[in-house]
Structure formats: structure tokens, C-alpha cells
Design a protein. Structure first.
Length: 318
């Protein structure tokens, strides 16, 4: 009898853990699959896939009419804009200028990728000559001002911030005001915006990242993003740059929402009818006298340079 009781207790414990695991999967893991999708993750961290001068590189380059020599500007970038910087370097720099050890760029490389936060640190401290990023946050501008650094921002392309949800979510369109109300916590259920009766989990990005800065500047209008206390039980919404998300929708699992009735396409981003489209920049210090900087900026704004930006999945600025 004692053995049967022990077996029964053990079976009960196993059953409890099984139920717990199922609940964790349904309430957390499955719900977070799309904003933390492995395809989305891989697109942002596999530097070697977009490495210039590599035979099977995904970075699109051209045989540019401008070939830089001498003091080559060191280029850093936001993660989302790494294909652009890789395309620029692959088109105009010598192959020997890129030093990559298989996992990261080495000292002395003219191409770096330290994401938005790292890139702004690099440009202010002089470790990079040009960064390819969205506009700086107030905090990043203040750091530059405090260090006596004047930044020159040259628009070189256009990108959009998009919001995405599970493909089974019945909501297809939100207004920018509704997005703001969701992220401040004034709207807490999908039923308030035409969806079903599920709590909303509003997922943010790291402070100082390009998409978070764009969110704060163009959506929140000075209001604070609320801490999400419904992280376990809600149905999620997340945001990122279109480059990250667009191709992944072809695999299923997520869908991009239209905003104010306008879906983000190259056409609506170019004509600014999509409400969260914005320019990104080649940024350099005003006191940087490297003679190759104006040469490279002029080439980026030429038809050749703009075609490289467009071919890498972004929208030309002119």
C-alpha cells in the first residue's frame, strides 16, 4: 500500500509539472513566438550574412564609379541599417578594409556594427567617422553637446517603423492615437480597438535603440510608455523597423498592421502617406576633416548610391 501511495504521489507531481508546462507554452511561449521569432533574431545578429566582398553575401553592392583610397572613413551603423553600410563599403572600399574574424569585426576594420546605441557612442568618441542611423534621441544629442561635439546629419534614405501582431489577431489596422493609448495603458484590451476580448501586451525595445527613439519621438508625443503588467496573459503587439519584419511575414505567424488605414509599402513610405515613415542619416562630426567623408556622402546621394540603398530593402531619399 505504501508503495502504491508513493507511486500515486509521484504521478501527481508529474501531472502537475505537465500541466504547468502546457500553461507556460500556451500563455507565454506560443504568444511570444512572433515578436521573438528566430528568423527575426537571425536577421539582426548574423553579421557574416551581409559581409561585403563575401561571395554569397546578402548585401547588395555595385561596381561604383567612386573607389576610395587613403584615409578610409570608419563606418558604424544601427543593426537594422547594417545592410546599407555593408552595401556602401562593398561598393566603394577596397576589400582589405574589412577585417572580420568569423563572429565580429576586428580592430582596424573600416566597417563596424555596434547597433544604434553603440554607434552614437562611437561617433561622439571619434572611434567612427560616419554612422548610418535613425536620428538621435534627446539623450544622445545631450551627450554630444556635453562633450562639445556637433553632429552633421545628412538624410540618405527612408525607412518605416511598423507594428506587428499574431496573424490570428482579427485587428488589421490601428490609428497612431490608438497605438499611443495602448502604450500608455489607456487601452488595455483588444476589444477596445475592434478585436477580441484579450488583454494587450505592448512590447517595447531597448532605450536608445533606433526604433524606441522613433517610437518616443513620433508616437508618444512626450508621454511615458507604461510598464506592461500583463506580460503573461496578454496578446502581444510589438514594433520594429520594416526591414526586420517585412520578409518574415511571408513565412506566416505574424502580420504587419496598417496605420490610419495606410499599409507600409515602398510607395507609401516614399510619399510619406504612411504616418511612421522617416528619414535615416549618414552622421559625422562637424570637426572631422577626413577628405573622403564629403566624397562618400556625395556618392551615397548619387543615383548609384541611392540604388544600393534601394536594392538593400530601403527607400531612396531622392
Amino acid at each position: 500500500m505504501k508503495l502504491k501511495a508513493q507511486i500515486a504521489i509521484l504521478a501527481g507531481v508529474v501531472a502537475i509539472f505537465a500541466v504547468f508546462n502546457i500553461l507556460c507554452y500556451n500563455l507565454v511561449t506560443r504568444r511570444y513566438t512572433y515578436p521573438r521569432d528566430e528568423r527575426l533574431k537571425a536577421k539582426s545578429i548574423e553579421l557574416d550574412k551581409y559581409l561585403p566582398f563575401k561571395k554569397d553575401s546578402l548585401a547588395v553592392t555595385t561596381d561604383a564609379s567612386v573607389k576610395l583610397t587613403g584615409d578610409l572613413p570608419v563606418i558604424d551603423s544601427a543593426a537594422a541599417l547594417y545592410p546599407v553600410s555593408a552595401g556602401i563599403v562593398g561598393s566603394t572600399y577596397p576589400e582589405s578594409s574589412v577585417k572580420f574574424n568569423g563572429t565580429d569585426f576586428e580592430e582596424g576594420s573600416s566597417l563596424l556594427m555596434n547597433n544604434t546605441i553603440g554607434a552614437y557612442e562611437e561617433i561622439v568618441t571619434g572611434q567612427a567617422d560616419i554612422i548610418i542611423c535613425a536620428g538621435p534621441s534627446k539623450e544622445q544629442l545631450q551627450v554630444a553637446t556635453d562633450m562639445g561635439v556637433e553632429l552633421v546629419l545628412v538624410p540618405i534614405g527612408r525607412e518605416a517603423m511598423v507594428f506587428f501582431v499574431n496573424e490570428n489577431n482579427p485587428v488589421n489596422d490601428l490609428t497612431v492615437d490608438q497605438i499611443r493609448d495602448i502604450y500608455t495603458g489607456r487601452i488595455t484590451s483588444w476589444s477596445e480597438v475592434g478585436g477580441d476580448n484579450h488583454l494587450i501586451t505592448a512590447i517595447s525595445r531597448n532605450q536608445g535603440s533606433g526604433s524606441q527613439t522613433m517610437m518616443e519621438k513620433f508616437v508618444m508625443n512626450g508621454e511615458k510608455i507604461a510598464i506592461d503588467y500583463d506580460a503573461v496573459f496578454g496578446r502581444a503587439i510589438a514594433f520594429s523597423f520594416r526591414f526586420y519584419v517585412n520578409d518574415i511575414t511571408n513565412y506566416g505567424g505574424i502580420k504587419i498592421l496598417s496605420l490610419n488605414g495606410v499599409y507600409p509599402t515602398p510607395e507609401t513610405i516614399a510619399d510619406n502617406s504612411y504616418p511612421l515613415s522617416n528619414e535615416f542619416y549618414a552622421i559625422y562630426r562637424a570637426d572631422n576633416d577626413n577628405p573622403n567623408i564629403p566624397i562618400l556622402i556625395d556618392w551615397i546621394l548619387s543615383d548609384e548610391g541611392q540604388s544600393v540603398i534601394e536594392s538593400n530593402g530601403y527607400v531612396r531619399v531622392n
